[in-house]
Design a protein around this ligand. Structure first.
Ligand code: NAP
Length: 481
């Protein structure tokens, strides 16, 4: 290892920016590789109408860059994108990011460093490699008959075409996850007709859209303690209260959410109520949160279509009952391939073993950060991370502290390199898999939380355990000689 370790960071989204800022502050050398032409990750890619974060903005912020300017309790996506760009500017890390050049290969070399190669042929070597590529970035297109035959504009929710006129048009939306629900809310009063093709009803938790007043923002600007307190209190209430309880199927949180949703559902016309009332536990699929879904679906322009889609045709969507609903624009809000992570790039560890081989069954990571056979390699928000309704920023911050802890131990000679043992990884995987069966995610629904065996892949333990594991790495789980 070089006397001052160097770091390659894959991706300039939320986690990659975090890693870059922290490494810069620590005076360490790094380069960030970004396949696109600007930072922001999911917030750069998802620009659909109505996009917002449903985690409160004051906790969807880095602890080192709390933001007094958030306009809403849950702010719109464009504001979040601006926030990340502002952080990059403020910390001056822009010139450490290599844009528009996707990594194609990362390889552990004989001199025990990571050699990174990009699509343009650029290569650079580093002591440590941090993958900060996120989970939800490979759009999943539905395998529906004729999906390519639609004659009008058609795009995935994460590839929104802003040149396409929507006002006064007939828009079809396939999917009612968080994206489809937000798009429906935004288009209900813009499009002439919105046909929402719903395969499974969602629990949609109604929330107020609370705007911060100028005077509240001024208070945040002038009182740093207030800003910190707001962040800390919200984080405590949200992550250790709401987000943790909802994953425990016995906690009663699901009952409380269902009861709140049912109050609203009871006020809907009977036929609509029957269509949009789920038949599984709240929280089993990722809970959708919305300030305008229930109003939107009662708008004359919106139709919830529950008949299965038979095919997509040049002029619209045909359902199994034979009816063709003609639309001008077709939006596929059909989610993401969640098992790709940093792939399709190749990552080769010790003896040239590929991550694809290590993950031949499915992606997994010890403590959600490390993989045996891949030394000095860590992931932020990688496989088995806490997802669900947690703040991924808090998760990434804790993971990064863990990474730095391990780096320090390598630097001061406590371990030759940072590599988890096969045994520890297998033990963690067994324990994680067993615990996953007790979560609300395993109570009987189809969702992107489930792996190919139908087992939830996310961190299944209380968030406090995650906090503890990240704060105190189990050194005995790492290779020592
Ligand atoms: P998603 O939750 O995976 O939802 C995909 C939707 O498409 C589901 O309604 C699904 O139906 C439907 N679908 C998929 N394939 C289909 C097919 N072949 N035929 C018919 N319907 C099909 O995707 P998403 O809405 O993009 O959200 C993904 C995640 O992104 C969220 O869970 C959340 O973590 C994150 N997100 C967050 C926010 C936020 O506010 N923070 C906003 C957007 C997204 P089934 O339910 O039957 O599978």
């Amino acid at each position: 290892m070089t006397s001052t370790p160097t770091f390659g960071i894959i991706g300039a989204g939320m986690s990659g920016i975090l890693a870059a800022v922290k490494l810069q502050e620590a005076g360490l050398d790094f380069r960030v590789f970004e396949k696109a032409d600007k930072v922001g990750g999911t917030w750069r890619e998802n620009t659909y109408p109505g996009i917002a974060c449903d985690v409160p903005s004051h906790i969807y912020s880095y602890t080192f860059a709390l933001n007094p300017e958030w306009s809403y309790f849950c702010s719109p996506g464009s504001e979040i994108q601006t926030y990340f760009e502002t952080v990059v500017d403020r910390y001056g890390i822009d010139d450490r990011i290599r844009f528009d050049d996707a990594i194609v290969d990362c390889r552990w070399t004989e001199d025990e460093r990571w050699k990174v190669e990009t699509a343009s042929g650029y290569t650079e070597t580093f002591d440590f490699l941090i993958a900060a590529t996120g989970i939800l970035h490979h759009p999943k297109l539905p395998p529906i008959d004729g999906v390519d035959t639609f004659a009008g504009p058609s795009f995935h929710s994460a590839r929104w075409d802003h040149d396409v006129e929507l006002d006064g048009k007939r828009v079809g939306i396939v999917g009612t996850g968080s994206s489809g629900v937000q798009i429906t809310g935004a288009l209900a009063n813009r499009a002439a007709e919105v046909k929402v093709f719903q395969r499974t009803a969602q629990w949609v938790m109604p929330v107020e859209q609370t705007e911060y007043s100028e005077s509240q923002k001024e208070d945040f600007r002038t009182d740093a303690d207030l800003l910190t307190e707001t962040h800390d209190n919200l984080q405590e209430a949200f992550n250790t209260g709401f987000a943790t309880s909802i994953l425990d199927k016995e906690s009663g949180m699901s009952d409380a959410i269902e009861a709140r949703c049912r109050e609203i559902l009871a006020g809907l016309p009977e036929e609509l109520q029957a269509k949009v009332t789920p038949d599984y536990r709240a929280g089993c699929k990722r809970l959708v949160v919305s300030h305008n879904w229930y109003d939107a679906i009662q708008t004359d322009s919106v139709e919830i279509v529950t008949d299965s889609i038979a095919s997509i045709e040049p002029t619209g969507v045909r359902t199994e009952d034979g009816e063709l609903r003609e639309v001008d624009v077709l939006v596929l809000a059909t989610g993401f391939k969640v098992d790709a992570f940093m792939r399709p790039m190749t990552i080769a560890g010790i003896d040239g073993v590929l991550l694809d081989e290590a993950w031949a069954d499915r992606p997994s990571a010890y403590m959600a950060v490390a993989v045996p056979g891949f030394p000095n390699f860590f992931m932020l928000n990688g496989p088995n991370s806490p997802v669900g309704n947690f703040s991924l920023i808090q998760t990434a911050e804790m993971q990064f502290e863990y990474v730095m802890d391990m780096v320090e131990r390598v630097r001061d000679g406590q371990m030759p390199l940072a590599m988890v043992t096969e045994e520890a990884a297998a033990r963690f995987e067994d324990e994680r898999t067993e615990a996953a069966g007790d979560t609300v995610w395993a109570t009987g629904c189809r969702s992107w939380y489930l792996d190919d065996r139908g087992i939830p892949f996310a961190w299944p333990f209380p968030f406090d355990r995650f906090r503890r594991e990240m704060a105190e790495p189990r050194l005995g789980d790492y290779v020592t000689a």
